[in-house]
Design a protein around this ligand. Structure first.
Ligand code: GAR
Length: 196
């Protein structure tokens, strides 16, 4: 994040619940936060996170991907809408869409994601179930730069949690999510301070 003015300006992209978004917005409101949230955009009109953002007084936008003929057209509209805010950083927080190479390259080095595993382990979906099936004793979450290859960009920060003998998918998901809520604001602060 070389060359930006403090505070770093951030737009958050969501698709659903938005609990990571909530923790980022709360952190950005702290007096010492080196970043601010300009807006939240969802590709799903019904995403619960949109209401949370509104309650927090954050501008919201919806871009329903089902209304676009192709991924490329949606991604073009997405970039145009994001540019209305002109953010330094685009933060994917449970944004469950694959982005086209054109979009990813446009935001190279300014586009980050949180993934519920210790990447490179368990790329893709159902990470908690797969971690249990694999019998790992350690699991966690990763904040990384987004590149053309899914869930494979350079790691910014990771959080580790133990996996217990009698764990269920739900217990493990909750344990990881708690750490995600700490990890994502920390990662954004690191970027704001150009520590990465
Ligand atoms: C989070 O656990 C996030 O790591 C995951 O979706 C959840 C969103 O929760 N993201 C991915 O799986 C991306 N491949 P939230 O909407 O409550 O932040």
């Amino acid at each position: 994040m070389m060359g930006h003015q403090l505070p770093l300006s951030v737009v958050i992209l969501i698709s659903g619940r938005g609990s990571n978004m909530v923790s980022i917005i709360a952190d950005a409101e702290k007096a010492d936060a080196p970043y601010k949230v300009l807006g939240v955009l969802s590709n799903r009109p019904q995403a619960a996170g949109l209401q949370h953002a509104k309650v927090a007084g954050i501008a919201t936008a919806v871009l329903d991907h089902t209304q676009y003929a192709s991924r490329a057209e949606f991604d073009e509209a997405l970039a145009e809408r994001i540019e209305c805010w002109n953010p330094d950083l685009v933060v994917l927080a449970g944004f469950m869409r694959i982005l086209s190479p054109g979009f990813v390259n446009r935001y190279a080095g300014r586009l980050i994601n949180i993934h519920p595993s210790l990447l490179p382990a368990f790329q893709g979906l159902d990470t908690h179930r797969r971690a249990l099936e694999a019998g790992v004793t350690e699991h966690g979450a990763t904040v990384h730069f987004v590149t053309e290859e899914l869930d494979a960009g350079p790691v910014i920060l990771q959080a580790h949690v133990p996996v217990y003998q009698n764990d269920t998918e739900q217990l493990l998901a909750t344990r990881v999510l708690e750490q995600e809520h700490v990890l994502y604001p920390r990662a954004i602060r690191h970027l704001a301070a150009s520590k990465v």
